[in-house]
Design a protein around this ligand. Structure first.
Ligand SMILES: [Zn+2]
Length: 329
């Protein structure tokens, strides 16, 4: 399989590769590490996960991550010689130019960790670091639900809410590479406190899995996560329904602002909460279409991510392709 992959042109530079065309893609999540070998068509040749255990500190966790990467390479059957670059996705804030993790809230105590320098040292390959939601947007745009679109918004609804934006075919990064924080669009300026940024009434404070579970508990439901609440709402439980309806309402409100702002052709929803599928998407789609300015609301399709749990590694590979590190192979 890898021989077919290495015969494909290197993504990003338009030239044919010299054999080095696949990316070792790594994802540093708050609870899980992931590693995979991804080829230029976005195909994932191997995919391994391990617990992050962030409290062990960056040195030990990264050592385990590099090892997971070596195991993923071995599991893929792709020879080392074909690995052109290392792509790393992680929650921000981070400096994608220098490849340094600044102080990500999901990894307490990790400060100014020079991830790309350490990855380059570990593997002897060029490496890139990107915000995980931005990388996921790149992955969906290059290889997933957003392939072929010029203007696309990606929203990942999970423990927190992250976002990424493609404008005129290019990934939007902002002044320091931390733009596109769509989870912190305000949906109620006097609303619930937002753990992610310290303000009030952010989209994240209502639609994240954390918030859904928290509001369910406030309603007296002994449900533990967003999937339980979604199921109970489907079964007609009035309190679960109230929580779910408020979630739909907040998501539709935030997405309407986002659609008005960017007029995307496509909105892709990923992350655990989006696995509720049409129970979430159908009412949100209807509301955004009705509430957004015309014709933006009609232009925007709202669909579910197609990359699922692999979006982190596919995104990290898309970033390596986008930044052209494959062309140095
Ligand atoms: Zn916030």
């Amino acid at each position: 399989m890898h021989s077919a992959a290495s015969a494909l042109p290197a993504v990003g530079d338009g030239r044919h590769g010299s054999g080095q065309t696949v990316v070792l893609a790594l994802d540093i999540g708050g609870t899980k590490l992931a590693a995979g070998i991804v080829d230029p068509s976005g195909h994932v040749h191997s995919f391994l996960v391990a617990p992050t255990l962030g409290e062990q500190g960056p040195e030990r966790v990264l050592e385990r991550l590099w090892e997971l990467g070596r195991e993923a390479r071995e599991a893929s059957g792709v020879p080392w010689a074909d690995v052109a670059a290392i792509g790393v996705a992680c929650g921000g804030p981070l400096d994608p130019c220098r490849g340094v993790l600044l102080a990500p809230p999901h990894l307490p105590g990790w400060r100014d960790v020079p991830v790309t320098a350490l990855a380059e040292e570990a593997y002897g390959r060029p490496a890139v670091l990107e915000n995980d939601a931005t990388a996921a947007a790149a992955g969906e745009h290059r290889y997933g639900a957003g392939a072929g679109t010029r203007n696309m918004v990606y929203l990942t609804i999970s423990t927190g809410v992250g976002g990424g934006v493609v404008v005129d075919g290019r990934l939007y990064r902002g002044a320091t590479g931390n733009g596109g924080e769509l989870g912190h669009v305000t949906v109620d300026r006097h609303g619930r406190p937002c753990r992610g940024c310290g303000r009030r009434g952010c989209l994240e404070a209502y639609v994240s899995g954390t918030s859904i579970a928290e509001r369910a508990r406030e309603e007296g439901l002994a449900r533990t996560d967003a999937a339980d609440v979604a199921a109970a709402a489907r079964d007609g439980d009035a309190r679960a329904r109230a929580v779910w309806d408020e979630t739909v309402d907040a998501l539709a409100c935030g997405l309407t602002s986002i659609v008005n702002l960017f007029e995307p052709e496509l909105v892709v929803l990923g992350g655990g909460v989006s696995r509720a599928g049409e129970q979430l998407l159908a009412p949100v789609r209807e509301r955004v279409r009705a509430d957004a300015m015309k014709p933006a609301g009609e232009a925007a399709e709202i669909v579910q991510s197609v990359l699922g749990e692999r979006v982190g590694v596919v995104g990290a590979a898309a970033i390596a392709a986008e930044r052209g590190v494959l062309s140095h192979g």
